[in-house]
Design a protein around this ligand. Sequence first.
Ligand code: FE2
Ligand code: FE2
Length: 184
Amino acid sequence: MKSTEILIVEHKLILRAISHLLTARERLEKDERPPADFFVMAIDFFQNFADAYHHFKEEYLMFGILARKKKGELDREIGMLRYEHDRCRNYIVEMKKTLAGYDDNDEIATVTLLENLAPYISLLKRHIYKEDYIFFQMVNDVLSEEEDQRLVERFNNEVEKMQDVDFMEQNVELVRKMTLIVKK
Ligand SMILES: [Fe+2]
Ligand SMILES: [Fe+2]
């Protein structure tokens, strides 16, 4: 598999989790309350899988190789994607702060949760769309087969660093649990 194909597979799981966030958001908009556990699971997934694992591979491994190869030509595109990763991390941190209050039925915590949830969904969906349909096409053109294989090896080293043998499977399972709980 090419490096971009690996990242696209991960996007599919992230998009599935986003669709559950969308359901949760629609329920909140109707003044229903998805269980607090749903948001605990979702924040766990987005912090560990989307940020620490997936965005790390893009930012520290892929973008680094591209920046070196194109000597500044891609700074604008890479800078925007990094900025969006940063904004996403920020929304998750803000949502995490509301969890205890949300669990206690605190109305301010609920509003703050929704206030961060809505732009998070939008931003991350657009970000993934841009990567899948524009940025990764460009990456495929820029990297030689050999460079791409080196990048895939570095991705695999990251996988080995995650202590759990099957980090991907563990997160697929987490998203499956989110499916079951979001409609309760
Ligand atoms: Fe990204
Ligand atoms: Fe991505």
